[in-house]
Design a binder for this molecule. Structure first.
Ligand code: ADP
Ligand code: MG
Ligand code: ZN
Length: 268
């Protein structure tokens, strides 16, 4: 509104009266006459826009402001999600059409249907380089962009490093850090646990992973898990408690394509 007032000519009142209305000026948008407006105390003000155009211009400005707010929210959510580096390129659009099979369509449908009430998750498993992380990232990017829902992506190795930092010298939990960590990973509406089962596991690793997964299970919050291991292999590595929780919380999706990385760069 203020912007529209810039540059308008103020006709001062004469002897406490508004004086004679100046003639209309052409509307900046439609060129039809824009009637001057009588403003208390100030007097007559010429108008940049006719009444109809003023409403349209204000509505456009409001729409632009909303769009900016939405874009800012999206970039903040992306930044806070844990997506970084090469992951910015992992979208449904950049997933090669000839590999778009059941895994791709299930992932895409999951992203489209996802809402705050979604309870079930997904588990992508299969060879390294088969596109598991790519699809998981594509899902969360789409959810952020289309629905502005908060999501968190974490590689299990990074999660464990973070957990390790919260241990004191005696390798016992610091209660406040434990609850911080749990809160961070248990409360987010969607959590991606990337590359589970690749880490060196100890009892405390299993304990913390179980706590996070179990907390999400209790609250009915979904997880998306990626792993090079099958559920049986995961059970052998992480124990029955974790594997059965994951099995109960996710739809299993096997990734069958061969190592995509070898195809894009045979020298690696
Ligand atoms: N079908 C695909 N189309 C395009 N890029 C792909 C595809 N599958 C994998 N990639 C790319 O290959 C690399 C390895 O894939 P990634 O998803 O990290 O494999 P995984 O997590 O299964 O080990 C990534 O850069 C990813 O973007
Ligand atoms: Mg991966
Ligand atoms: Zn007009």
């Amino acid at each position: 509104m203020q912007k529209l007032e810039e540059g308008v000519i103020v006709k001062f009142k004469e002897n406490g009266k508004a004086g004679k209305a100046p003639s209309s000026t052409p509307c900046k948008r439609c060129k039809r006459p824009a009637e001057p407006k009588l403003v208390p105390i100030i007097g007559w003000k010429e108008q940049e826009y006719c009444r109809e155009c003023l409403n349209i211009v204000l509505a456009e400005k409001e729409k632009e402001a909303q769009k900016r707010i939405k874009e800012e929210k999206i970039s903040r959510l992306i930044k806070e999600s844990g997506i970084r580096g090469i992951m910015y390129n992992m979208t449904f659009g950049s997933f090669e059409p000839r590999y778009r099979g059941v895994a791709y369509s299930t992932a895409k449908k999951y992203a489209e249907d996802f809402g705050i009430g979604t309870k079930h998750g997904l588990m992508f498993y299969g060879h390294a380089g088969s596109g598991k992380t790519h699809l998981a990232v594509a899902i969360i990017k789409q959810i952020i962009e289309e629905k502005q829902i908060r999501v968190k992506f974490v590689r299990i190795v990074d999660l464990l490093l973070e957990i390790r930092k919260t241990f004191d010298e005696n390798e016992s939990w610091k209660a406040e850090n434990e609850s911080d960590l749990l809160r961070k990973y248990a409360l987010v509406p969607l959590l991606i646990l990337d590359d589970i089962g690749s880490e060196k596991t100890t009892d405390w690793v299993r304990q913390v992973l179980y706590q996070i997964i179990d907390e999400r299970w209790i609250e009915q919050r979904p997880i998306i898990v990626t792993s090079n291991l099958t559920l049986d292999e995961l059970e052998a590595r992480l124990g029955e408690r974790i594997a059965s929780r994951i099995a109960g919380m996710t739809q299993l999706i096997e990734m069958r394509s061969n190592d995509y990385r070898i195809k894009i760069n045979p020298k690696i």
